[in-house]
Design a protein around this ligand. Structure first.
Ligand code: HEM
Length: 316
């Protein structure tokens, strides 16, 4: 009897591999390893644009190019270079172009990867949709004069795109890739990811109320910065306690969990210091960089933990 597969490799090579038939060669294909490299390149650009985007905000360059897609009403490139704001905002827009190319590479790679996997194709299409939505949302944010909710949504969408890219990079190292629904089965590892998202969302709310609006004329969210910063730091404590419970009670000694614990502690110290020092721009930038690293580490931990833990998900 044919055994039911847990995996969803599709196309001639994928399904044949699962049931052990000969695999017809494709004219152009890329290896599992090459594909993984492409996905990490996309991760790099997405992570980097989160930090360059934050640099636009903290330097007050959000309206450095006051129109979109043009930088000013009559030019695609900056004409007013005196303050540097236009150059910073324009540089960020150029970086978006590089990011788009890396995403195209990840999508094309998922089609040509051997064996082909439906999960990777779906996730990489999610990446494209995310980037297109992000380009549109970026434009809307400029048109709305950097409304804090729009800036926050822009940051959150970047986190979703980064999630997609890191999931692609981590699971694509398997020749046969797990199905998306298997990845999202409730588990204590998934809880770490959910808590990470909660900390990040609350951080975005603090930013929306805080002083770094992206432009001096921009409105701020009308909530008390002190209160939301307290809730945000409390959520970071809950995340840290969860990691400690996993390490000590569940005896999870994986390297990625230890890294995660270390980065949370470092980020926490950084967060309190920046708050006490009145959120200087350079510290906020460091906070965003650390949050991005933490986000990648948490995703890496979650996926490696479930793929290694569950025999249904591990491929030897
Ligand atoms: C796991 C630990 C933490 C993570 C992952 C994290 C993440 C974040 C993120 C993603 C933002 C939004 C950045 C943006 O929208 O550009 C943020 C903002 C902020 N966080 Fe945290 N954070 C952590 C811990 C803390 C702690 C312990 C504090 C202490 C009070 C803190 C204070 C702040 C402040 C004041 C802001 C607003 C900065 C601004 O005005 O732009 N964070 N955080």
């Amino acid at each position: 009897m044919r055994q039911k597969s847990n995996y969803n490799s599709i196309g001639s090579s994928g399904s044949c591999e699962t049931i052990g038939m000969a695999v017809p060669e494709r004219q152009f294909s890329i290896s599992v390893e090459k594909y993984r490299q492409l996905t990490w390149i996309a991760c790099f650009f997405i992570a980097a644009i989160i930090v360059t985007g934050a640099s636009v905000r903290v330097t007050g360059s959000g309206l450095g190019c006051p129109t979109w897609p043009k930088c000013s009403s009559d030019s695609f490139t900056p004409t007013d270079v005196q303050t540097g704001h236009a150059l910073i905002e324009f540089g960020n827009r150029i970086f978006t172009g590089l990011l788009s190319l890396s995403v195209i590479g990840a999508v094309a790679g998922s089609i040509f990867r051997t064996p082909r996997s439906k999960t990777l194709i779906v996730l990489s299409l999610g990446l494209v949709l995310g980037v297109v939505a992000q380009i549109v949302l970026g434009g809307i944010t400029v048109w709305l004069d950097l409304h804090p909710l729009s800036v926050g949504a822009h940051m959150l969408l970047s986190c979703f795109i980064l999630s997609c890219a890191v999931i692609l990079a981590v699971i694509s190292k398997r020749k046969i890739v797990p199905q998306i629904r298997d990845l999202f089965r409730p588990s204590r590892h998934l809880l770490v990811m959910v808590l990470t998202y909660i900390v990040v969302v609350l951080g975005i709310v603090v930013t929306a109320a805080g002083p770094h609006a992206g432009d001096q004329r921009t409105k701020r969210l009308e909530v008390s910065v002190e209160s939301v910063a307290r809730i945000h730091s409390l959520s970071a404590w809950i995340l840290l306690l969860t990691v400690i419970v996993l390490l000590l009670y569940f005896k999870d000694q994986s390297k990625s969990l230890k890294w995660l614990g270390g980065i949370i502690i470092y980020q926490g110290i950084w967060g309190y210091s920046q708050y006490i020092m009145g959120v200087p721009s350079w510290m906020v930038l460091g906070h965003v960089l650390l949050a991005t690293l933490l986000f990648i580490t948490a995703t890496n931990y979650w996926l490696n933990a479930i793929m290694g833990r569950d025999n249904n998900l591990s491929v030897h």
